[in-house]
Ligand binder design. Sequence first.
Ligand SMILES: Cc1ncc(COP(=O)(O)O)c(C=O)c1O
Length: 468
Amino acid sequence: MESHEFLDSAFAMIKDYVLDNQGKVNQHIEPSSRSKTTDTLLPLEGFSQEMLLEDVSSYLQNTVKTHKGGFMNPLWGGFNAASFAGEVIAAATNTSMYTYELAPVATMIEKAILKRMREYVGFESGFGTFTTGGSNGNMLGVLCGRQSAFPNSTYSGIDGTKLAIFVSQESHYSVLMSANVIGIGHGNVIKVKCDEDGIMIPESLDIEIKSAISNGLTPVCVIATAGTTVRGAFDPLKEIGEICEKFGVWYHVDAAWGGACLFSAKHRFLMDGVEYADSVCWDAHKMMGVPLICSAFIIKHPDILRAVSSHGDSAHYLFHDDAEEIDLGRFSLQCGRRNDALKLWFAWRMMGDSGWSSLVENYMDLASHLEGLIEQSDELEMMSSRQWTNVCFRYNDKSIENLNQFNSELRTRLIENGNFMISKSNIGNDVILRPVIANPAVEKSTLEGLVEEILQIAHEMKSGIPHS
Ligand SMILES: Cc1ncc(COP(=O)(O)O)c(C=O)c1O
């Protein structure tokens, strides 16, 4: 079989896969039986292309169908044809983003996107880079904070144990990983109190910073979250920014999940004050639906990013003086780096700013519809106020003794049925169910189907019907 025929057949299967929005999201199979039926053998002699096509087909059949409407589990999902094309083209034109010489148009595209995102954030000037995700975007933010506080640290190193990072109690776990990697340690990540809606309390931040300083710690970074992972809460960015200014601490905003609100005239108030930040991370692979990974890190002070990414002139085989101003590799912690901007660029060309705005507003309307369905039901209850498209709720009925166990089991049965995937989390001591709307295939009828199935499962459980 020629490569032409192979690619035609493989692409036909891929196209059928991504354009099929019917049927189940997942076919639940226990890991123990899957390991018996899945062939992962790495052969000593290569397979024929016909056999490879069977592998393509079998792989596609056995995935979780993250593009289907019932998929509302993590903060991403769905399918966007333009960005999919961008992903394929990035692979086909396989290059690395470190130099203009190797990625001329891609460099211009990445710069254009970073500029536009920076403008949305409200920085008059600045720069940025694409990272391997919001987690590393947060780490880069902390590293820039360290660089700002200790300009010589890239060269002379640092004992991070006397530094402190401040985040809300509901911040993403990646901040702990950053503290670990940078040598600050989990113990010096100070978790600032949140109010009952999961929003950081600025007065508590002020108190925590003062107390850390009096205990001999140097604050290097405050991270506010714009869209927390579980509840979708937005910390008060302006108030936090004023506190950072007062103490002269680096201010990073984790907008990995909530950044897209900036497109919507109606919802961008959620991030009022983001312009106070020194750096921001914003995942286009979350609400904007670009295939994983596509994550921007935006900074007000390009020199700091450059210093953090500095490697002297040891990479003389790659970077040359005449291209100093244009090579993006001087602003990244990576050497080889995927062309992640291309898929976002294609998507943006297709959607336009107005398309992004409608996407966000449609998701918010859908989230509000789901919230309405929950509130109308006597058996379901909202477990947190809603600012974004995270809908936190649970099944509740006075006759149930152990609500946490009941809701956990309910979700397990829902996942095993295969029509929907939603996440389970904790708020305080309570187990909650948390669908999020971040998938263009979700419609009002999808949400109505979800509520109906949840109620049906709950009724079966209460009647003692075992799960089949
Ligand atoms: C608020 C927040 N920040 C950061 C991250 C990490 O993003 P990534 O998965 O792109 O590393 C997440 C992931 O869900 C998140 O919810």
